[in-house]
Design a protein around this ligand. Structure first.
Ligand SMILES: Nc1ncnc2c1ncn2[C@@H]1O[C@H](COP(=O)(O)OP(=O)(O)OP(=O)(O)O)[C@@H](O)[C@H]1O
Length: 428
């Protein structure tokens, strides 16, 4: 995968940008608030069709352009998806509703000039993005971690993307049915045994289990694959001091654990080697579906009383453990950041193994937070990636050797120029 050209119009602080990428490694230098993150965000937006921050879609349109009668922004790229393949053009536009009609926008996707759905864009130009705030993956809410898994898996597996979207629709329908039933007069006494109610709920249970079981099995198996790679990365980054483990905590027991093992997992207890073995058993969707349906059937009264779906992948989470301790609770800021970086580096390899094509790696200001050893290890890792675009405020964060190999660009107030006067060492 090679991103050859990027074109931006009215994207955040880029009024207009045409930029060629000429090398495997690109280093973008700029002072604070010049547009380095925005440029990476634009590339990631095109790869995933999702803004970096949930619900931020309309915010990406340049503030100045928002004064125009029909404000819009456009991100386009020319990409070689496979080596030797003809480059494809990908294009994403956000068009805001005319002023006064607040909140509405349209999203338009074109692939090779032809209108397509947003979903068709996902998985073409695959990318992995690391931002300083990714520490939230470790210490933030479960929703942040689920969003991370969904974006990563959608880029790898279109079936996952469809199952997830179907699951979310079914969940909304099922929730509104449960809410209606709870609010109906005499609900708590009569409803659970009403055959019409039973039939309706069974219908939605089937659908929920059908789509949700694929989501659960895929998330579980993906975390197992990520863990294997992340453990090595983390071992290298921490000079062998920390052993990283990832622990998927599904919203119900999908069948690979005993009731006690599952309770221990949810409570965050320290598993024994045998329990770890059980936790790391791969899952098949059919097996998960059976357990999901049984859970829903046995908890029907509870869900009717709550008026909402209480079990399923919308309640999933996962944990980062270093030497057996949960980093969310016990990790220092630096430990949490390193664990998030290990995860992202693992994602690059997992994605390459799953699809046969290496994704684009986007690293925002990654060096400033790492100690000298971690920086050296990261540079070694970058040596092996297919294409990486990396930002920095300071050239000196990167070795002269790295800078010699990289395309050097300077970002200044929404413009990008080749770095004319390179750093001193390079001129020697
Ligand atoms: N929709 C928008 N329209 C115009 N400008 C925007 C928009 N959104 C953000 N900006 C501005 O873009 C500028 C550059 O932001 P960006 O996060 O890319 O900086 P950066 O170069 O990565 O800086 P730092 O090194 O501080 O992280 C900021 O001043 C920000 O206020």
């Amino acid at each position: 995968m090679f991103l050859a050209h990027l074109s931006l119009t009215h994207f955040r602080n880029y009024h207009r940008l045409e930029l060629d990428f000429t090398r495997r490694l690109t280093l973008l230098q700029g002072h604070n608030a010049q547009g380095k993150t925005n440029l990476l965000e634009a590339i990631y937006f095109l790869a995933t069709s999702k803004p970096v921050h949930a619900l931020a879609e309309r915010e990406v349109v340049d503030w100045q352009a928002q004064q125009e009668p029909i404000p819009f922004c456009r991100v386009a790229a020319r990409v070689e998806l496979q080596e030797g393949e003809r480059p494809r053009s990908l294009e994403l536009e956000i068009i805001l509703a005319p002023r006064g009609e607040n909140g509405h926008f349209a999203k338009q996707v074109k692939i090779n000039g032809v209108n397509r759905r947003s979903l068709d864009l996902v998985g073409l130009m695959r990318a992995v993005l690391f931002l300083p705030e990714d520490v939230k993956l470790v210490d933030g809410s479960p929703g942040e971690r689920r969003r991370y898994l969904d974006i990563a898996l959608c880029q790898i597996d279109p079936t996952y993307c469809r199952a997830l979207s179907a699951y979310q629709k079914v969940l909304t329908q099922r929730n509104s049915l449960l809410k209606r039933l709870r609010e109906a007069p005499g609900a708590s006494r009569a409803r659970p045994h009403d055959p019409a109610v039973e039939a309706q709920l069974s219908f939605w249970d089937e659908k929920l289990a059908q789509h949700g079981s694929y989501v659960v099995a895929r998330r579980h198996n993906f975390i197992l694959a990520l863990e294997q790679i992340a453990r090595t990365r983390h071992h290298d980054l921490t000079n062998g001091l920390e052993e990283l483990a990832l622990q998927y905590v599904p919203g119900f027991n999908p069948g690979h654990l005993s009731a006690m093992e599952y309770e221990l997992l949810r409570a965050g207890g320290e598993p024994s080697p045998q329990e770890w073995q059980a936790i790391r058993t791969p899952l098949a969707p059919q097996e998960v579906a059976t357990h999901f349906l049984a859970k829903l059937a046995s908890r029907r009264s509870r869900e009717l009383a709550a008026g909402a779906t209480l079990y399923g992948p919308h309640r999933d989470d996962f944990r980062f453990l270093a030497n057996g301790r949960d980093l969310r609770t016990y990790g220092s800021r630096g430990q949490q950041r390193t664990a998030a970086l290990s995860l992202k580096l693992a994602e690059v390899q997992a994605m390459t193994e799953a699809t046969g094509v290496a994704p684009l790696l986007l690293l925002d200001d990654v060096m400033s937070e790492l100690d000298a050893r971690r920086r050296r290890t990261l540079l070694q890792v970058l040596d092996g990636v297919a294409q990486a675009i990396v930002t920095t405020t300071d050239w000196e964060d990167f070795t002269p050797e790295f800078r010699r190999q990289a395309q050097l660009l300077q970002v200044r107030n929404g413009t990008v120029e080749p770095a004319s006067a390179g750093p001193q060492e390079l001129e020697e």
